[in-house]
Design a protein around this ligand. Structure first.
Ligand SMILES: Nc1ncnc2c1ncn2[C@@H]1O[C@H](COP(=O)(O)OP(=O)(O)O)[C@@H](O)[C@H]1O
Ligand SMILES: [Mg+2]
Length: 244
């Protein structure tokens, strides 16, 4: 009942004319509200194919995807865009920010689509950028920020409409290790506050932050395990956070 994601016999076939590629092979998977999950696998294992479907950017060839209990199968593209805007916040490896716009305006974009009023958009953007530690940078443009800071803007933007699901495809792929830690600690904090977060990575130390680690290989789900000791989740590290 409290599954935010449920996949039933999900198949994705890429048909490029000459060759057909099995991107996802009969995936059955449920993720509950409030979970912090990583999706691992080598390059070409189907991680992005899965994320594109979870994020309603692409549709499965066969099978069902229930997002927050509702099947997306018979939705038209307008309805799918609307669901996506309300239910999902996406974070990408390359940040995908609009360059000639302040970071405050960047964070407002999902709220413009959701038809929020200007004052509300602005207040919410400032609140979120404060939450991710960028209160002093509101009027800066993305190119004036470091990679880690840009990714924090992208996370603030993903949170704009308070979606029940946050999806991040290799969010630390373009970051150095210091910034990667910062970003994973931010996701861990959002998780502690109740968010559902799904992160794709091919790095063990990034997946180690999450409570549940799912591995793909050749389009198949080959392992799904609990991580008893997630990085940055012990009482000790909470203490470090408080005194730092
Ligand atoms: N648009 C596409 N057209 C054809 N094949 C694709 C397309 N996108 C991905 N694939 C293929 O699907 C498989 C899974 O790719 P992908 O999901 O991108 O893997 P990962 O993100 O794990 O590296 C690969 O064999 C890839 O070549
Ligand atoms: Mg990928």
């Amino acid at each position: 009942m409290d599954d935010i994601i449920r996949l039933e016999n999900l198949v994705k076939i890429y048909d490029t004319g000459a060759v057909r590629v099995l991107g996802l092979d009969t995936i059955n998977l449920s993720i509950k509200k409030g979970e912090f999950v990583s999706i691992m696998g080598h390059s070409g294992s189907g991680k992005s194919t899965l994320m594109n479907i979870l994020g309603c950017l692409d549709r499965p060839t066969l099978g069902n995807y229930y997002l927050d209990g509702v099947s997306i199968r018979d939705m038209g593209s307008d309805e799918l865009s609307r669901i996506r805007n309300r239910k999902i916040g996406c974070v990408f490896q390359s940040f995908n920010l609009i360059s000639r716009m302040s970071i405050e305006k960047n964070v407002e974009i999902p709220m413009i689509y959701a038809r929020k009023r200007p004052a509300e958009r602005r207040n919410r953007a400032i609140e979120l950028l404060t939450k991710v530690g960028l209160r002093e940078r509101l009027w800066h443009q993305p190119n004036e920020l470091s990679g880690g800071q840009r990714q924090r803007v992208a996370i603030a933007r993903a949170l704009a409409n308070d979606p029940p699901l946050i999806l991040a495809d290799e969010p630390t792929g373009n970051l150095d290790s210091g910034a990667s830690v910062e970003i994973m600690e931010l996701f861990a904090r959002l998780h502690r506050e109740g968010a559902t977060v799904v992160v794709v990575t091919h790095e063990e130390n990034i997946a180690a932050y999450t409570r549940r680690i799912i591995t793909f290989s050749d389009g198949k789900l080959i392992s799904d395990r609990i991580n008893e000791n997630p990085t940055g989740f012990s009482e000790h590290s909470d203490l470090c956070e408080r005194i730092s």
